[in-house]
Design a protein around this ligand. Structure first.
Ligand code: PMT
Length: 405
């Protein structure tokens, strides 16, 4: 696998589907896994087939779902054993209370529990049931038993349930489940496993008064993409961001506002990090004195705001062996300006970003970057998604990290 392909490419996932109203969301999970390049085999219980047909899954995976334990599927040996052996990971979504009970007690009387019992691959369960069933002592006992044996639970989420109640029991959203699968596979085999990477994202906000600030156009997308890509390659990721809503799964998110906040959050954690990637657009200046109360129109006439210089966060970090990656957002003389910043920031790499393009830079889902290094090397990365750009940056970071023994 090329490191740029993503952690799901060519990986074999067995998706166990058990009978719940949330079965329809398993279709979305399947589709996302397939689109990310995974080979997906579906195992269904008979009750799951009452909610969604095997035919629908077959259309998405182009593979025959496994439902009947007695149906001769494979050429060699027993189908569930073959399937269990091939799996890089088994995900059960939705996992009902009854499926959890069968798994906890080793009852292998349907294709899902049979395969789960036979596999040595990591087991992820995304439960879905009514809140009373989830909080029932029997279900909690089974959950604890399964966790003790190494199974990982994703959710359930809180919210409105099919019964009309509100509480814990909703299947976690498909995107978050797929992210957990990526993260888990990354931790098993990713080239950045065991590494800690701090990524900064978003534009800092420098207060003028309690309701106004000096800011910029950064959406946080580039930094978020780097955090997700590093997680998918197995790193422990800390995302220090001004855009914390809709946080990525399996990433530690530290929410900040100003450059000072960002600096404190990074300095506190950088001692334990292997790499610092500063994708954030950090304000170089802040208002010298933020007003304590909202400035009222008409009370003071024209106003001017004195600005004082902020700390240069990345330049001020000097941990030995830390791989520092700076970004350079430029509107002119892209490469020359980025080269100057590479030296002044003491970074190993700088990612030059022309922010005048409409399809790259601030707010877009795509980017076009040039990666410069301290040996005079230059890599032009053509237009691609920010996640793909992130993978290219991380390929370079991985080369620079000292060997982990
Ligand atoms: O968030 P998006 O909408 O996805 O947009 C992505 C992006 C355009 C913000 C991103 O790709 C990018 O270019 N980020 C760097 C923005 C920036 O502040 O560049 P700069 O040239 O002003 O700063 C150079 C480097 O020093 C940056 O790594 C910056 O994080 C860092 N810096 C800057 C000022 C400061 N006080 N402390 C810093 O550490």
């Amino acid at each position: 696998m090329s490191t740029s392909d993503g952690p799901l490419s060519g990986r074999h996932i067995v998706l166990g589907v058990t009978g719940s109203i949330a079965c329809y969301k398993a279709l979305d999970i399947t589709s996302q896994l397939v689109q990310a390049g995974a080979v997906v085999d579906i195992a269904m219980t008979a009750s799951a087939t009452k909610f969604v047909t095997p035919l629908t899954f077959r259309s998405l995976t182009a593979r025959e779902p496994y439902v009947d334990m007695w149906h001769p599927h494979g050429e060699f040996g027993e189908a569930h054993v073959e399937l269990a052996r091939r799996a890089d990971l088994m995900l059960i979504a939705p996992a009902t209370a009854s499926a959890m009970a069968r798994l906890a007690h080793g009852l292998a009387d349907d294709f899902v529990s049979l395969t789960a019992l036979a596999t040595e691959a990591p087991l992820l369960l995304a439960p879905a049931m009514d809140s009373q069933m989830w909080s029932h002592a029997a279900t909690q006992f089974n959950r604890a038993l399964l966790e003790e044996r190494g199974a990982q639970f994703i959710g359930p989420a809180e919210g409105r349930l099919a019964s009309g109640r509100t509480g814990a029991g909703r299947l976690v959203e498909p995107r978050a489940i797929v992210d957990e699968v990526r993260a888990r596979l990354g931790r098993e085999r990713g080239d950045l496993r065991g590494r800690t990477i701090i990524v900064s994202a978003g534009g800092t906000r420098e207060a003028i008064d309690p309701v106004r600030f000096v800011g910029n156009h950064s959406s946080g997308k580039m930094g978020r993409a780097i955090a997700e890509a590093a997680r998918d390659r197995g790193a422990s990721v800390v995302l220090v961001t001004t855009v914390a809503g809709d946080a990525p799964s399996a990433v530690r998110v530290v929410s900040v506002d100003s450059a000072d906040d960002m600096s404190a959050a990074i300095h506190e954690r950088v001692g334990k990090a292997d790499a610092l990637i500063m994708a954030a657009a950090v304000a170089d200046y802040r208002p010298a004195d933020a007003a304590q109360q909202k400035i009222k129109r008409g009370e003071v006439g024209d106003i001017s705001i004195d600005l004082v210089e902020n700390e240069d966060i990345i330049a001020g970090v000097s941990e030995p062996n830390l791989v520092k990656v700076a970004f350079a957002a430029e509107t002119q003389d892209l490469i020359a300006n980025a080269q100057k910043k590479l030296a002044s920031k003491g970074a190993k790499l700088i990612v030059a970003n022309d922010v005048t393009a409409t399809d790259a830079g601030f707010g877009t889902d795509t980017n076009r970057i040039t990666i410069l290094d301290t040996d005079g090397g230059r890599e032009d990365v053509p237009l691609m998604t920010k996640y793909e750009c992130a993978m290219r940056i991380l390929d370079r970071v991985a080369e620079l990290l000292p060997r982990a023994d």
